[in-house]
Structures are given as structure tokens and as C-alpha cells.
Ligand binder design. Structure first.
Ligand SMILES: Cc1ncc(COP(=O)(O)O)c(C=O)c1O
Length: 395
């Protein structure tokens, strides 16, 4: 193992860099999860999460990865044999579909090319044709982390409303929450799935469900088997700041600090920062002469950029060269795009110079790996970052 000085660059699209403030907040003695001090902590974070999801309805926190929160969304609202409409936007949409099938749901999976988000027109057509309302839920990945494509959820909501269909709307916000604008209540989402290790800047270990009153009502008649994932016992215990099992106390300390950090910056500034870093990244990619996987500029992701490799070159070889030479991890291609793309994560605790370092590592790596590409991507990005710097002094 070659010794690497300095800090590792963790530029995968999650887990993201954990800020020192969050690390320090977690570095405390674990307390009794049945004492009043714990109740104060959990009541604060449960309220804070509502503000992050932009909802007044409860948010449920599980000691789990995001996959657990996917399962919780389904088992709490649906019954065996129920139909759910899902969309092949990429690897994570496919995994969620597989999970739904494993649970005994009937999945209608509309095909996609992994370069676009959910087609709202196709959704509306499918729902309009479902006059008997056999479809009980629509499951959409907001930001497809495998492709860097963001579906516009308000368009999805409008399509469901135009079809006059009562299906529940479930949205995976795993790599959009606290990075891109997400308005749970205003956008009429019934269950949002989230987790800790992306925009919330925490280590992995927390799975989240933001729910709506309609979803809670649906949970009363949902018959899929559940015990650990059941919302009601958690909601009942959460009222007084407790959990029906031993909660991940130190992650909750971290979450408390992460919410404070996000609110100090203010969510609208957090989103603007992500948009700006994403745009700078895309400018670099174009200057290198490479292509962005996301085919529609309206659907560009602010959390990550997936970059297509020139024909005949393997993305994982490039990632290996960059890791070995510059101690930087970039996201691998997943599923159908394995080897064909690498992903630059620009979400979470991130700033202009971290992006400059990231793009420098990619530019040097492209040259070292002999990938046909041009220089000048970093310069393009720096020009953009400099010209859009708030508070810049024009002399
Ligand atoms: C969009 C999306 N959904 C779901 C998941 C699964 O989450 P986890 O790996 O935490 O179980 C991920 C993981 O990266 C993701 O990006």
C-alpha cells in the first residue's frame, strides 16, 4: 500500500464527506435512550427533519440504510398483489423495482434509456388507462444516482392529477434531499424515502420516510407483513421523543449538528451551491471533450455528474488511475452503464476549492490514463466559479 499524505478525496455520490463539526458532534458518550436528555435530542431532530423535507407531517427515522427505507415505504402502504407503477430511470430505480417484486407486489415497470428521467406523459397515459384504479402507487426516483438525472417531481404530481388517479406518490429522495429543492408537502408526495449519507452529510446508518396523511390512512389497511418497519409504533413512541427499540443515538447527535449546519447556510443557498458546482462540473466535462450521460439539460442533476467514456476505454481503469495517483474516489458505473461512465459526486459538504481539486484530479487522470480528451476543463470550471462568486469585487 502506497502511503498517501493529505486528505482522501471522497467524490463518490454518497457516502459524502462528513464535516468536522458533525464528526465532533458524534464523538460523545452514548446516553440512556430512555432519559429526558435523549427525548430532547430526538424531538429536535424530528422537527428539524420536517423542515428539511419541507413538510408539516411526521418523518420516520430508522437505523437502516436507504434500502430499508424503500422497504418501509412499501410495506406500510400496500398489500400483496397490489399494483405499483415504476420507471426504469437507472440502477436504483431497478433495485427498488426488484425489492417491490420480492415483497409480492405486481410491478408495472416502464422502460427507460438511463439518460432521461420519468416521462410524465407516459405516466399520465398509463394512469388514464387504469380506469379501475388497480394501480395503488407510483414510485419515482427523484435523483437517479446511477445516471445523474433528476426527474421533475411537480410534473409527476401534475400528471397524476390530470389523470384524476388516486395512486399514492412515492419518491426516492436519497441523493436529492438537502442537495436539490425537494418540497414534500407542496409537491403532494405521500411517502419520501431518504437516508443519511448523502446531502445530510452523515455516515451511512439512517433511513428516512417522510409521509403524508393519505399515506398514514393507507397504512391502516395495508396488509404486507411488517414488524420492525411498521410506522405506527414508531410514531407513537416518537411523540414523546422515544423509539420502540434502541435508536442510533450518536448518529442522531450527528443529525442534530447537520441540520444546524444546513439551516445556518439556509436551504435555498444549499441548493444554489449544488446547482453552481454542478454547472461548473459540466463545463469542465464539455471542455475535456467528453459527454454527460444525462441527455436533457432540464434534468441535469445537481448532486452528481455521470461522464461517458470514449468508446473502447473503461471507466473503472480511469478511476483506478485516479485513486492510485491522487487518492481520490470517483463513483463507478452501476448496472447497465458499468465501465461506460464514471460519476463525479459534488454533493454534501463541498466548496469551490474542493471542486477545483476534484476536477484537477480528473483532468490529470484522463491524461495519465491516455483517454482521448482535451485539457482546459479545470480552467473552464474555475472561470465559471470565479465569475459567479457571490460577493465578488468588481474593480
Ligand atoms: C437513489 C438511491 N436510492 C437508493 C439507494 C440505496 O441506499 P442504500 O445503499 O443506503 O441502501 C441509493 C444508494 O446510493 C440511491 O442512490
Amino acid at each position: 500500500m502506497v502511503f498517501s499524505s493529505g486528505r482522501h478525496f471522497l467524490q463518490i455520490p454518497g457516502p459524502t464527506n462528513v464535516p468536522d463539526r458533525v464528526l465532533r458532534a458524534m464523538n460523545r458518550p452514548t446516553i440512556d435512550h430512555r432519559c429526558s436528555e435523549f427525548a430532547r435530542l430526538s424531538l429536535e431532530v424530528l422537527e428539524g427533519l420536517k423542515r428539511i423535507f419541507q413538510t408539516s407531517a411526521p418523518v420516520i427515522v430508522y437505523p437502516s440504510s436507504g434500502t430499508g427505507a424503500w422497504e418501509a415505504a412499501l410495506v406500510n402502504t400496500l398489500s400483496a398483489g397490489d399494483k405499483i407503477l415504476m420507471f426504469e430511470t437507472g440502477h436504483f430505480a431497478t433495485l427498488w423495482r426488484n425489492l417491490a417484486k420480492d415483497l409480492g407486489l405486481e410491478v408495472d415497470f416502464l422502460p427507460g434509456d438511463w439518460r432521461h428521467g420519468v416521462d410524465a406523459k407516459a405516466l399520465e397515459k398509463t394512469l388514464t388507462e387504469d380506469g379501475a384504479h388497480a394501480i395503488k402507487a407510483v414510485g419515482v426516483v427523484h435523483n437517479e444516482t446511477s445516471t445523474g438525472v433528476t426527474t421533475r417531481i411537480p410534473e409527476i404530481r401534475k400528471a397524476i392529477d390530470r389523470a384524476g388517479h388516486p395512486a399514492l406518490l412515492m419518491v426516492d429522495t436519497i441523493s436529492s434531499l438537502a442537495s436539490s429543492d425537494y418540497r414534500h408537502e407542496e409537491w403532494g408526495v405521500d411517502v419520501a424515502v431518504g437516508c443519511s449519507q448523502k446531502g445530510l452529510m452523515l455516515p451511512p446508518g439512517l433511513g428516512l420516510n417522510a409521509i403524508s396523511e393519505k399515506a398514514r390512512q393507507a397504512s391502516k389497511s395495508a396488509r404486507l407483513k411488517k414488524s420492525f418497519w411498521a410506522w405506527e409504533p414508531v410514531l407513537a413512541a416518537n411523540k414523546s421523543g422515544f423509539f420502540p427499540y434502541t435508536p442510533p443515538t450518536n448518529l442522531l447527535y450527528g443529525l442534530q449538528e447537520a441540520i444546524r449546519i444546513l439551516e445556518e447556510e439556509e436551504l435555498r443557498n444549499v441548493f444554489a451551491r449544488h446547482d453552481r458546482h454542478a454547472e461548473a462540473t459540466r463545463r469542465a466535462v464539455r471542455a475535456w471533450g467528453l459527454k454527460i450521460l444525462c441527455a436533457d439539460p432540464e434534468e441535469y442533476s445537481s448532486s452528481l455528474t455521470a461522464v461517458l467514456m470514449p468508446e473502447g476505454h473503461d471507466a473503472d481503469d480511469l478511476r483506478g488511475v485516479i485513486l492510485e495517483n491522487f487518492n481520490m474516489s470517483l463513483g463507478t458505473g452501476l448496472g447497465k452503464v458499468k465501465g461506460k461512465v464514471f460519476r463525479i459526486g459534488h454533493l454534501g459538504d463541498f466548496n469551490d476549492l474542493m471542486l477545483a481539486g476534484t476536477l484537477s484530479g480528473v483532468e490529470m487522470g484522463l491524461a495519465l490514463a491516455g483517454i482521448p480528451s482535451s485539457k482546459g476543463g479545470v480552467a473552464e470550471a474555475l472561470d465559471y466559479l470565479q465569475s459567479t462568486r457571490k460577493g465578488k469585487i468588481n474593480r
